[in-house]
Write a protein that binds this ligand. Structure first.
Ligand SMILES: Nc1nc2c(ncn2[C@@H]2O[C@H](COP(=O)(O)OP(=O)(O)OP(=O)(O)O)[C@@H](O)[C@H]2O)c(=O)[nH]1
Ligand SMILES: [Mg+2]
Length: 266
């Protein structure tokens, strides 16, 4: 298992390797005060005691109003591209990203949901069991701030203590002063919802990788701690399911690179 684990961890590109714990956007106003991996997590990683974490796939879900920039954020992070033309997401899309964190393989499945109301019921069926919930809003569009709480409540209702983020996009479209004014307001909302706040621009790429690494690291830390707490007591049946899940994901990646889930017709 540990040899396989090492090979899997070595098989990721250098821009998916995380060896130090990334800082919060604003360390003073985040609910996640961690500035390092938990000591138990570090010890488990260095001693190859992370159980099935390397085989599991954690689930991240992005939600938010129409055209706030969810797909652009995913595309900037996963493919380092930006498209100025708007193409509405139909239902949901997903991407799979593999990381090596403290030399341990870690896979994140990123669900990009549609903001359009007509897809709400389809999109919400993908919220269940999310390990990370990311509520996206548009810094240049005041109206998208008012729906942050509703999105967070809906998307976290069927998950067990997910890591929570609120991300303001399109930072490039507003002045520094306007951005700061929005940040002050939304950081308060983030604290009240138990989430961490970030401002990014998918157009310029500003903060996208920093945010993504922070998100992945907090999720990994929580996943390893959960594994340690359960004392690695995972049944053979569960391990079989995890392996099958992983093989299925690898199959999608090999065949299509990206599986487009089109649940509805426009
Ligand atoms: N200037 C600028 N434009 C952005 C940014 N992010 C997204 N956009 C633009 O905003 C529009 C909507 O972006 P999308 O990423 O498709 O929005 P979405 O939230 O996925 O929309 P739905 O799928 O309909 O929910 C597109 O025209 C993007 O080019 C950004 O950081 N800066
Ligand atoms: Mg979209």
């Amino acid at each position: 298992m540990s040899a396989t684990r090492k090979i899997m961890a070595q098989n990721v590109p250098s821009n998916r390797v995380i060896s130090t714990f990334p800082e919060a956007y604003d360390p003073l106003t985040t609910i996640y005060k961690k500035s390092n991996f938990h000591p138990k997590v570090k010890a488990a990683c260095s001693e190859n005691r992370t159980g099935t974490v390397g085989l599991k796939i954690c689930k991240a879900v992005l939600v938010g109003d129409v055209a706030v920039g969810k797909t652009s954020l995913v595309n900037r992070f996963c493919h380092d591209v930006f498209d100025r033309d708007y193409k509405a997401t139909i239902g949901v899309d997903f991407e799979v990203e593999k990381f090596s964190i403290l030399s341990t393989p870690f896979t994140l499945q990123i669900w990009d949901t549609a903001g359009q109301e007509r897809f709400k019921s389809i999109a919400s069926s993908y919220y269940r069991g999310a390990h990370v919930v990311i509520v996206v809003f548009d810094i240049s569009d005041e109206s998208s701030i008012s729906s942050i709480s509703r999105w967070m409540t809906d998307a976290t209702a069927s998950s067990d203590h997910p890591v929570k983020f609120i991300v303001g996009t399109k930072k490039d479209l507003v002045s520094k002063a306007a951005c700061q004014a929005v940040e002050e307001r939304v950081k308060e909302i983030a604290l009240s919802l138990g989430a961490e706040y970030w401002s990014v621009s998918s157009k310029t790429g500003e903060n996208v990788q920093k945010f993504s690494f922070r998100c992945v690291s907090l999720t990994f830390d929580a996943a390893v701690l959960r594994e340690i707490e359960s004392n690695g007591q995972v049944s053979q049946k569960q391990i079989g399911t995890i392996k099958m899940e992983r093989e299925r994901t690898d199959m999608y990646e090999t065949r299509k690179g990206k599986m487009k889930v089109t649940c509805c017709k426009t």
